[in-house]
Design a protein around this ligand. Structure first.
Ligand SMILES: Nc1ncnc2c1ncn2[C@@H]1O[C@H](COP(=O)(O)OP(=O)(O)O)[C@@H](O)[C@H]1O
Ligand SMILES: [Mg+2]
Length: 475
């Protein structure tokens, strides 16, 4: 009797299925066979009775395609496989189970508390926050000795998780190469032990999906017709531009770091003694805090020359939990030592929330003032602040914007292009993202409001047939 072939992996799916890293991101573009891969990967250990797998999507309606795909594949793998549409759990003849779950609000992560899954698969990981991913990682535990314990994710560029997913998987190494991380753990006997973990990014795009290319040759055409940012993201897997990005005008061009034209990132230069310094601050404890020093020239142009970002290493969007006194002390140390800042007139502006009285009856601003770090209340008008960002990033005819950033301010450079629009308040930034440096710089900008300009586009980035004048206004 000839065997019936249920599903054959395509070359990139085969590579993904062959890898043994603890964590993987598969895809990075549209149509790479990501969901198919995840559904098959989840089912590899269903012969082990204790095995528990979990496939996650953000919202329940998004699970529809996964459910269809599991219905198409799982009964052929195991004739005894049964799906319970109420609990969304597949139970296999061995007793093994795969749950198809959702995690719409961050607090819903606790519904997976007390569960342990040998396999966890995130479909469309960029729709999740790093916190949610980390929390679920703590639920990734073996239910018996026989199972392999690991996590797999798929994603397109874009979405609120774009920034951390890019940092965690895409730019952390070279696609296809194993990235090793070690964590030191202090053992009960006081000795330290290194624990190694591994992750990898396997790229796949529509060009790696022959099934789709054959069934629907026009799919590529439809992707090609998208506006440039989305086309680059979804068709070519570029993580530099994507739908929903707020600061599409952001340009980081190394070739112009020295001449400072048509780029927002520049090489540090010596700040003339007469220039003022604005020090801006957004406080955070469990979330990162951010301090920025911006020099202001005689024309009112801003240069971000230094930053202090309180983010835990290798844990995107997680605060260092410094006591507020320590923040002030480190600010003072920088201001007493940095030759670009030392001895100058400094104007401090901060998140107005730090003026609220704490449990002790004293505000953070008052505590800082006692230590010699003075703050003024920042203007927290969110949309006005966002317009100031756009206005200051706009280039004049010569290619000079009203704001530039030293290439040493790496956290600003990393986070600003990753900000996305909120799904709820479509004019504003999604505050689930890593927006602390943005907020901090916004308070700085609001100290000196400039009038919005028409944006000059040098090489128009987005091809928009309706955009005849090659100028663009922001929504
Ligand atoms: N190995 C495969 N064999 C046959 N069809 C496949 C295979 N992998 C993907 N496909 C088909 O290609 C299409 C797109 O795959 P999908 O997994 O939905 O891609 P993505 O999640 O990356 O958008 C679907 O119709 C899917 O069934
Ligand atoms: Mg998919």
């Amino acid at each position: 009797m000839s065997k019936k072939v249920i599903w054959t992996p395509q070359p990139k799916q085969r590579i993904a299925l062959s890898r043994g890293e603890d964590e993987m991101l598969y895809g990075g573009a549209a149509g790479g066979g990501k969901t198919d891969y995840l559904v098959v990967e989840a089912a590899r250990q269903v012969n082990i009775p204790e095995y528990r797998g979990l496939i996650l999507r953000r919202a329940v309606p998004d699970l529809a395609r996964i459910i269809d795909q599991t219905r198409a594949i799982y009964p052929s793998i195991d004739r005894g496989a049964r799906y319970n549409a109420t609990t969304r759990v597949w139970t296999f003849s061995s007793g093994a189970q795969i749950k198809l779950g959702s995690l719409f609000r961050t607090n819903e992560k606790y519904k997976y508390q007390g569960q342990q899954y040998d396999f966890i698969g995130f479909d469309e990981l960029t729709q999740f926050t790093f916190d949610e991913y980390s929390y679920l990682k703590s639920r990734n535990r073996g239910n018996c000795k026989a199972t392999k314990v690991y996590m797999r994710s798929t994603a397109n560029p874009g979405g609120v998780g774009h920034g951390w997913v890019k940092q965690y998987f895409v730019t952390a190494g070279t696609p296809g190469e194993t990235i090793w991380l070690s964590d030191k753990v202090i053992m009960p006997d006081g000795t330290t032990k290194n624990y190694w973990s591994s992750k990898v990014f396997i790229t796949a795009s529509v060009f790696d999906n022959n099934a789709l290319m054959n069934n629907d040759p026009d799919y590529v055409k439809r992707l090609a017709q998208l506006p440039e940012a989305e086309r680059n993201a979804l068709l070519y897997g570029s993580w530099d531009s994507f739908e929903g990005q707020v600061f599409t005008e952001w340009i980081d061009n190394r070739e112009h770091y020295k001449d400072r034209r048509w780029t927002h990132v520049i090489e540090p230069f010596k700040i003339p003694q007469s220039w003022r310094i604005i020090r801006s601050y957004d406080w955070g404890y469990t979330r990162p805090f951010s301090v920025g020093w911006t020099a202001v020239d005689q024309d009112g142009r801003f240069y971000r020359i230094r930053e202090l970002y309180g983010c835990k290493k290798n844990q995107p969007n997680t605060g260092v939990r410094w006591p507020i006194e320590k923040v002030a002390q480190v600010i003072l140390a920088i201001e007493n030592n940095d030759p670009q800042i030392k001895g100058r007139q400094i104007y401090g502006v901060a998140d107005p929330a730090i003026f609220a009285e704490q449990g002790s009856g004293k505000s953070q601003a008052a505590t800082h003032a006692q230590l010699g770090v003075f703050w003024n209340k920042g203007d927290n008008a969110r949309l006005a602040g966002k317009m100031q960002f756009h206005s200051r990033l706009a280039f004049d005819e010569e290619g000079y914007p009203m704001f530039q950033c030293f290439n040493t301010c790496t956290n600003f450079i990393r986070t600003i292009p990753n900000l996305v629009y909120s799904q709820i308040d479509t004019e504003d930034i999604d505050t689930e993202g890593e927006d602390h440096i943005y907020d901090e710089q916004r308070y700085g900008f609001m100290t000196s409001i400039i009038t919005p300009k028409e944006v000059v586009l040098r090489n128009a980035r987005a091809f928009d047939p309706l955009n005849i004048s090659q100028t663009r206004y922001y929504r």
